[in-house]
Design a protein. Structure first.
Length: 230
């Protein structure tokens, strides 16, 4: 004999807890696999055998759950405690961040609106000068050097204005675009969804009926009871 507990067989490789939990049910699970060959039960003797196996499989499922809870319970409690330790600081930082955003939001929106107005004005000016340049080019007499020079100047002014417009951007950090909505007419919205996204309506109806068909009568829905194995 040895006094070293790790010198025994399996000392360095302890059994897998899942396999150890299922070991008492190995025979029942193997037999259940034999029954699950695609052939249904056809007589009372087979029914009794399958019911007995099902009872053992349910016991195995219960044993697995209990073993899992015993193994994961301490870990889960430790995780919850650690999350709780950090949460107050996270929540307070979130509140501070939201507060800072709130007090600067109006000014940033105003600044962004001013920059957007300047951007639009620059593009409008560039378009105006482009039209002027095109008109000057069409009107300039090829034999009139001064008219040609003026047309060239108008063209360059249009080019410069286009560059200026392209360089004019809305640059306000800390602003984001949020898509918002308001339902002004539920009937119209529902009719549109039913026409354009029927699958979404079907999914909602299926789930609603599943949840409420036992406690209320729903038009267009038939309900009944039947026995099923479990």
């Amino acid at each position: 004999m040895t006094d070293n507990p790790r010198a025994v067989i399996g000392g360095n490789n302890p059994p897998d807890p899942v396999e150890a939990t299922l070991a008492p049910f190995d025979d029942a699970l193997a037999e259940a696999a034999n029954w699950l060959d695609g052939e249904p039960v056809t007589n009372a003797e087979q029914m009794k055998a399958v019911d007995a196996l099902a009872k053992q499989v349910k016991a195995a499922r219960k044993a697995i759950k209990e073993a899992r809870d015993a193994a994961t319970g301490p870990l889960h409690e430790a995780w919850k405690a650690e999350v709780a330790r950090w949460k107050p600081a996270e929540d307070d930082l979130d509140r501070i961040t939201k507060g800072l955003a709130a007090i600067v939001s109006d000014y940033k929106r105003k600044l962004a609106a001013e920059q957007e107005a300047a951007r639009r004005a620059a593009y409008e000016e560039a378009e105006r000068k482009k039209r002027e340049a095109e008109a000057a080019a069409m009107a300039a007499d090829a034999g009139n050097i001064e008219a040609q020079r003026q047309a060239a100047e108008a063209k360059q002014a249009a080019i410069d204005a286009a560059k200026q417009a392209a360089a004019t951007k809305v640059e306000v950090r800390g602003l984001r675009t949020e898509h918002r909505h308001e339902i002004t007419n539920y009937r119209d919205a529902l009719a549109w969804i039913a026409t354009n996204d029927r699958e979404a309506v079907v999914a909602f109806v299926d789930e609603y009926v599943r949840r409420h068909c036992r406690d209320k009568e729903i038009a267009g829905v038939r309900t009944w009871t039947e026995k099923v194995a479990f």
